[in-house]
Design a protein around this ligand. Structure first.
Ligand code: 13P
Ligand code: SF4
Length: 305
């Protein structure tokens, strides 16, 4: 089978046969976004996972996204088509390291970014995504100290928006953290009319320059409702496919060439077809960890931004 249309037809048949729903993140390859039943940011993927009636959830994204879907749906089968699709930032803090930090600051509440392992979520009071991080932190009583893991950049951005005292873990996204001020300035010189819209995983130096700082879902809403026509985008380049599809009359420029998350690109049409054919790779989370992690995720889902 060579032609994408043939793969798409094959996957559509398998999906029906297996009673599966395909959820995909905005950073996935265009052909995966096209075949998906739903495409969204990490918050909306977690929400969709709780709403679906399908028995099998295929999560086209990275491991923490599939794990979150499983934590919220223990009785469903959750498949991650590429088992090795991880998030390097999620691996930057372990449950053991978080326990040690909690011992140092026993008075603090722990907020973990969803880009973390199930074990880290189980050690947390609350989770957040980049869409709701500010609202999650605002929901915590003002006098309360907060430990925030693992993203120092998102943590810094949230602290700047809320004025809260936060203990930040020094993790970061290797893809977003690499964006340099000089690259953004060069792009702005080339496109002087363009608005700069960046993801909060970028460094404080970059977020301070931006017209807007939002999650992927937030960026889509921003560009849809903006009267401007040109935008420099400071996040993973796969997202430009969604932006162009939703706003064909607007222009988008990536802030840096090669702004790509290799883990997000591991899922291709043949990999997705094999996942459905063989029912691989089924995500499991030990029940003791799942129960605690579910509490942190459910508290997050109850907070409206
Ligand atoms: P979103 O929550 O904006 O989808 O971001 C997830 C992510 O991994 C960004 O790098
Ligand atoms: Fe993780 Fe960064 Fe890839 Fe997002 S872009 S999945 S934070 S490595």
């Amino acid at each position: 089978m060579q032609v994408p249309e043939q793969w798409q037809e094959h996957i559509a048949q398998l999906k029906q046969l297996k009673g599966a729903v395909i959820l995909a993140h905005y950073y996935q390859l265009p052909e995966i976004q096209e075949i998906a039943d739903y495409v969204g940011d990490s918050l909306s993927l977690a929400q969709k996972a709780t709403e679906t009636q399908a028995e099998v959830i295929v999560l086209c994204g990275v491991r923490f996204m599939a794990e979150s879907a499983k934590i919220l749906n223990p009785d469903k089968t959750v498949l991650l088509p590429a088992l090795e699709a991880g998030c390097p930032m999620a691996d930057m803090v372990s449950a053991q390291q978080l326990r040690a930090l909690k011992e140092e600051h026993p008075e603090a509440i722990v907020v973990s970014y969803v880009n973390s392992s199930a074990e880290v979520k189980a050690e947390s009071d609350l989770c957040c995504t980049s869409s709701n991080a500010v609202a999650v932190v605002r929901s915590i009583p003002p006098e309360q100290r907060i430990i925030f893991v693992p993203d120092r950049n998102l943590g810094h951005y949230v602290a700047s928006q809320t004025g809260r005292d936060m203990i930040l873990w020094p993790g970061y996204c290797p893809i977003h953290d690499r964006l340099q001020k000089a690259e953004v300035i060069a792009c702005q010189q080339e496109h002087p009319q363009a608005r700069l819209v960046v993801h909060p995983e970028c460094t404080p130096e970059i977020t301070a320059m931006a017209d807007a700082v939002c999650s992927t879902g937030g960026i889509l809403e921003y560009v849809k409702s903006s009267p401007d026509r040109q935008f420099i985008i400071g996040t993973e380049q796969g997202f430009l496919y969604t932006l162009k599809k939703n706003c064909p009359d607007k222009e988008f420029f990536i802030a840096r060439s090669g702004f790509s998350c290799p883990d997000m690109k591991l899922i291709t049409l043949p990999v997705l077809a094999e996942c459905l054919e063989k029912g691989q790779h089924s995500i499991t989370v030990p029940e003791m960890i799942r129960e605690k992690a579910a509490q942190a995720l459910q508290k997050m889902l109850a907070i409206r931004p």
